[in-house]
Write a protein that binds this ligand. Sequence first.
Ligand code: UDP
Length: 490
Amino acid sequence: MHGIPPPPWLLYIHSSEDYNLQIDLIAHEGHVLVLPYPSQGHINPLLQFAKRLASKGLKATVATTHYTLSSISAPYITVEAISDGFDDGGFTQAQSAEVFLESFKSHGSRTLTQLIKKHQTTKYPITCVVYDSFFPWALDVAKENGILGAPFFTNSATVSAIFSRIHGGTLRLPVRLEDCPVVLPGVPPLHLEDLPSFLNAPESYPAYLKMKLNQFSNLEKADWIFCNSFQSLEPEVIKGIGEQWSAKLIGPMVPSSYVDGRIIDDKGYGASLWKPLEHQCTKWLETKPKNSVVYVSFGSMVSLSQEEMEEISWGLHQSGFNFLWVVKDSETHKLPKGFLELTTKSQEKGMIVNWCNQLELLAHDSVGCFVTHCGWNSTLEGLSLGVPMIGVPKWADQLTGAKFIKDVWCLGVRVKVDAKIGIVGREELVSCLNEVMNVGEKSLQIKKNAKKWRELAKEAISEGGSSDKAIDELLMALKGFCKERDLCLG
Ligand code: UDP
């Protein structure tokens, strides 16, 4: 079976202006409202999903908080505001996860309802809400308004399966050393260092743990469940958890230009909570030989201690490799004295940036490996671009990501924490960098595997691939729903 061919009008669209001109001339087969949790690692995959749906002829609107509204802009996507109750400062204004999540639930439910009602009398009434699985209340709003609703899980299927088991009571908290390895259907045996950090210390982040478990609270009412993964990446997990958590795998949700290339000019997500340094990064990379640069990023949330920053800094310096490291402005004061002078200023060995277009860098020929915190988006991006990885996980699902990178997909290594200092020492980082960057049996195997995963990721999202088919099934169902309700206008 092949995917649905793109609607003919799409072939003629080369810019968002074209789209806006055309948008009123065509009949959309459904209007999907996509609601991400307002952090970078959640907006990116959900916005990408919205773009995929729009590229297949649906009208797609992203609903986001007032505070993040101006940070999102993507061709073919309408962006509208709802309220989390902290319109001026978002999460920071709330000052605690608990207050933020409670406020989002009450203000979000009310303003999401208003948004759905506002569209009800327009040419394109909303037919389905695809919401971040962190917001199960959005499903209640969808159902109260008589429309379809589907959660989107931004974690791996494995991590989602683990939380599903905790919710279902078949995995009890806390998971202690003596309970390990944890063996779940379809998942390789997991030791404490491979499990999401909440499991061993559930009291450490009570609000987040509650949110993680709440994801499953009303799933029986959902019309579909989506997960940003793909069939060949986690096939056994899906078989193992299938009955309890029957998700459609629709990933990798990475901008199309880096995978299948079917969405014209889709080179970035279209959302940036920080201003990326654009041309300077690629200009600097152009001066470096192929595969010679180590790209280092810990994502949008991790904050390293001063000691960790020092070890990583001196590890990078000692390794002698070129490096490009994303260090947010708020973190630069933790860089050790003399490090910048030695590396970035006089030797041009390194470049430190506040924020960048990560995909553009990962796709660059000069980049030879990715030192990553193993956030799920970064993991999928590295994998989709075939870049060998060095996992330096810090907390939450990053630990499980690192396990898979090293032992399941075998496209990288994972640093060992130095038991004496409780963090990763510089020698360990140097040793991992040498293992991945220098030519040797191990690095060749890693590169080979990275290439294989790149091809499999591409295949999944390309026309007729497993994820593409899953998205097409959604399209068909929405079409049926519109027909039934006589909602196809245009
Ligand atoms: N990212 C980026 N520029 C940077 C660093 C990260 O655009 O300088 C993006 C990256 O491409 C990814 C997201 O930020 O899509 C981070 O998500 P992830 O799940 O990896 O980690 P989180 O930030 O949620 O911990």
